[in-house]
Design a binder for this molecule. Structure first.
Ligand SMILES: NC(=O)c1ccc[n+]([C@@H]2O[C@H](COP(=O)([O-])OP(=O)(O)OC[C@H]3O[C@@H](n4cnc5c(N)ncnc54)[C@H](O)[C@@H]3O)[C@@H](O)[C@H]2O)c1
Length: 327
């Protein structure tokens, strides 16, 4: 039977792929986002699939709006992704806390009132600070975030735990790191995807960080959220997600191998997040998850960008400065 899912922030990157997966399998996604801009959904979904999607424009900082939207949706499963990313939280920590912490509390309050089955929410690998940590970190490693964003995500994990203790509200927090693929156009670690887009357009691009990161293909990330929404056991769980731990140099090389000219370079500081996540816990509890090899994910992303470019539908607003530098 078709299920309804209430997804906050679903006009964004990860949300768009979750909505696509739900619509493709015949379920009913309800998108709750403060943005009405559906360009990411349009980039990856066919019109007939988009017809299955219901849109509610609203802000997670407004608890009344979230509560009434969730109740109206009739959803029993909530996927909470809405939030501000690292640069926005750094530029304005107060606004960051308002959206990422208070907004998340509003989603949990609304889920509690609506009596939903489970909330799956985006935490982040940014709860682990320090790019110098080389060995894979599991969930038992003490979190020491190096960004306000990471602190807010860690706070959300604590609040989720208390909602389970106080009200029996089930939840799963997932900690992705560098998600890549079509629609990854914002945030500290979005440069590799921007580089893929630039390369497809024949435009040089410099990835502005160096060192290793945990690189995760967006369809795999979306699948992990759905697997948890559909079948996690009762409790308040938090899991790392893991893709492939790779050096930025290798990412640049793989992109360059897919183009005629070497267009992608890199350089800059390390990402202030542990680069290797141990995902044994989620595999133990939820089961095996899809894991797309780096070469395959990069090729598929560049293929999709090429297809969009040829159809005149490639959104290039995220790499405007690189494009204008060559024109
Ligand atoms: N992309 C990654 O690599 C990554 C890694 C770790 C964690 N995360 C987390 O996963 C979640 C989704 O990431 P993404 O890359 O899809 O982000 P994104 O920036 O592409 O999308 C975020 C969405 O949230 C919406 N939003 C922001 N503030 C809102 C508000 N106050 N009310 C309602 N909607 C609001 C935006 O309009 C946008 O559509 C975020 O919480 C992010 O912190 C992402």
């Amino acid at each position: 039977m078709s299920q309804t899912y209430f997804i906050t922030g679903a006009q964004g990157c990860i949300g768009s792929w979750i909505v696509k997966a739900l619509a493709d399998r015949g379920d009913a996604p309800v998108v709750f986002d403060r943005s009405e801009d559906a360009r990411r959904l349009n980039a990856i979904m066919v019109p007939s699939a988009l017809e299955r999607v219901r849109f509610i424009v609203g802000d997670i900082t407004d608890v009344t709006a979230v509560r009434s939207a969730l109740e109206r949706s009739g959803a029993r499963r909530v996927i909470h992704l809405a939030g501000l990313q690292v640069p926005a939280c750094k530029a304005d920590p107060v606004a960051g806390a308002f959206v990422n912490v208070i907004g998340t509390l509003n989603v949990f309050e609304s889920a509690k009132s609506a009596g939903v089955e489970r909330v799956v929410y985006a935490s982040s690998a940014a709860v682990f600070g320090g790019g110098e940590i080389e060995t894979p970190v599991d969930e038992s490693v003490a979190t020491e975030p190096a960004t306000h964003y990471g602190v807010f995500k860690r706070t959300n994990e604590g609040n989720a735990r208390v909602y389970f203790l106080d009200h029996g509200l089930n939840s799963v927090g997932l900690r992705p790191l560098t998600v890549y693929g079509v629609n990854r156009d914002a945030g500290l670690t979005s440069d590799p995807t921007k580089a893929m887009k630039a390369a497809v357009l024949g435009v040089p691009f410099r990835i502005r960080f160096s060192g290793a990161t945990d690189f995760q293909y967006v369809e795999d990330t979306a699948a992990a959220f759905l697997r948890c929404a559909d079948g996690a056991p009762a409790g308040a769980m938090v899991f790392n997600l893991h893709g492939e731990t790779v050096d930025v140099e290798r990412i640049a090389n793989v992109i360059n191998q897919n183009t005629e000219r070497e267009l992608v370079s890199f350089g800059g500081p390390l990402i202030p997040i542990a680069p290797a996540l141990d995902d044994a816990a989620i595999k133990r509890v939820i089961g095996d998850l899809p894991s797309t090899p780096l070469e395959v994910g990069v090729r598929e992303t560049m293929r999709r960008f090429t297809e969009l470019r040829e159809a005149g539908r490639l959104d290039t607003s995220d790499i405007d400065s690189e494009i204008s530098a060559v024109s």
